[in-house]
Design a protein around this ligand. Structure first.
Ligand code: ADP
Ligand code: MG
Length: 417
């Protein structure tokens, strides 16, 4: 990869597109390594803009904004461009690479995380186990309905229909047992919306995620495979490592994620969401659900529960620096998301939550409260999974403004009650 056009002396500058919590959580890691971050934020009040001093305002699709993020009128040029979300125009990225700016992950990889049809086709080519699936033709609503009806007849029961682009947190995913269930989506496709695909509804026992990081020179490191618990299509808890996961399946899931990172030439962090399903002989196996090419909610536990956090690893990887150890620092870490809150201001809950759970690692994103919105998370690590989990969940509940619950007390504490 050639060097960027203008490279002044001084620490490397990592340019990040997107001003949400993922960019925000890169900031502490950048500070520790002495790396500078420059983040393109949608809004001057966005989550990342509150903690990153170099945060120009602009849209991810605005070519001029991206160009000046990399080479501003004043200040050093960026060493590399990376992302906290996948919604960036690929033609622009290709042009930037041609003009000497490293873009990591590159657009040829990123497209697999932008479009679920492209992703499924490519994963199928790579021999990665996936749910049965089919693209639904977009030539007319009738053609789409017929293809869906044929798929329903083939797999029997319910299916899951997805929009190929633009979905997140379960928006763009619907369980469907008749073409009528997605009549509105066929109409949206007809009006020029993104194409649809259908998948078998996988009878999974649980959802897993395998997180890896890969640098351009080829080094790959994987964290232990985690269990991710979704509520209403949104991740609500992550348990690291996945309880009861056999060593074989942990290795297998990491191998799949590594093969995907290598096969798609991903640089930076790659999250591979998976379904755990009983195999033919009853032994659990995995099918790949989807990919994210950036730090991911399933990796927030690494901030407090692994030697190297996913945010630091992402920065190392995109700068082609040696990757850090992915070893866990405790037997168990549980991450509980704070999804929405009864409070107007989450920091109002800090006195209570910090007093009740001194071991909890609270991470608030500085976002305005809206129902179901990801506002923060809590990590708790320890040796007793039940206790770790109940304390993480209870601390997150306090931040949602729910009544305090006494989850666990030691015998000594009980004696004092
Ligand atoms: N084929 C499927 N079978 C069963 N459940 C599914 C399937 N696809 C998705 N889901 C459920 O919907 C959730 C969201 O789907 P996903 O494709 O990951 O979309 P998003 O981009 O919104 O995260 C998954 O985490 C899983 O709980
Ligand atoms: Mg998902």
């Amino acid at each position: 990869m050639s060097a960027p056009q203008i490279r002044e002396s001084g620490p490397p500058v990592v340019a990040v597109v997107g001003g949400g919590q993922l960019a925000r959580m890169m900031a502490p890691a950048a500070g520790e390594l002495g790396i500078r971050l420059r983040v393109l934020v949608e809004d001057p009040a966005s989550s990342a803009a509150q903690v990153v001093t170099d945060a120009p305002v602009g849209a991810a699709a605005d070519e001029a904004a991206i160009r000046s993020l990399i080479a501003p009128d004043s200040g050093p040029a960026a060493s590399v461009l990376t992302f906290e979300h996948e919604h960036v125009p690929n033609a622009l990225l290709t042009d930037l690479i041609e003009h000497g700016t490293p873009v990591r992950p590159g657009p040829h990889a990123l497209v697999q995380a932008q479009d679920k049809i492209v992703m499924r086709q490519r994963l199928t080519e790579l021999g990665v186990p996936c749910p049965r699936w089919a693209p639904l033709p977009s030539s007319s609503p009738q053609a789409g309905r017929e293809a869906l009806a044929a798929f329903l007849a083939e797999v029997g029961g319910s299916t899951v229909v997805k929009t190929s682009r633009g979905g997140y947190d379960g928006k763009g995913v619907r369980v469907v047992s008749s073409p009528d269930d997605v009549a509105d989506w066929f109409a949206a496709v007809d009006a020029g919306g993104p194409q649809l695909l259908v998948e078998e509804k996988v009878p999974f026992t649980r959802e897993l995620a395998a997180l890896v990081a890969r640098r351009p020179s080829g080094e790959v490191r994987a964290w232990p495979v985690v269990e991710s618990i979704q509520r209403d299509g949104v991740c609500s808890e992550v348990i690291a490592p996945a309880p009861g996961l056999s060593a074989e399946l942990d290795v297998r899931a990491r191998e799949i994620a590594t093969a995907v990172a290598e096969g798609l030439d991903v640089t930076g962090v790659l999250a591979v969401e998976m379904f755990e399903v009983p195999g033919l002989d009853g032994t659990p196996t995995v099918l790949v659900n989807e990919l994210a090419m950036r730090p991911h909610n399933s990796g927030h536990w690494t901030i407090d529960g692994a030697v190297t956090s996913q945010f630091e690893q992402h920065l190392r990887a995109v700068l082609d620096l040696p990757l850090g150890s992915t070893e866990p620092t405790a037997p168990w870490t549980v991450m509980a998301n704070v999804l929405g809150s009864e409070l107007d201001e989450l920091t109002d809950a800090l006195p209570g939550v910090l007093a009740a759970y001194p071991e909890a690692r609270v991470n608030l994103y500085g976002k305005g409260v809206r129902p179901g919105r990801k506002l923060g998370h809590v990590n708790v690590s320890g040796t007793d999974l039940d206790e770790v989990r109940s304390r993480a969940v209870a601390a997150a509940a306090l931040l949602r403004g729910e009544e305090p619950v006494i989850v666990d007390t030691t015998i000594e504490e009980r004696a004092n009650v």
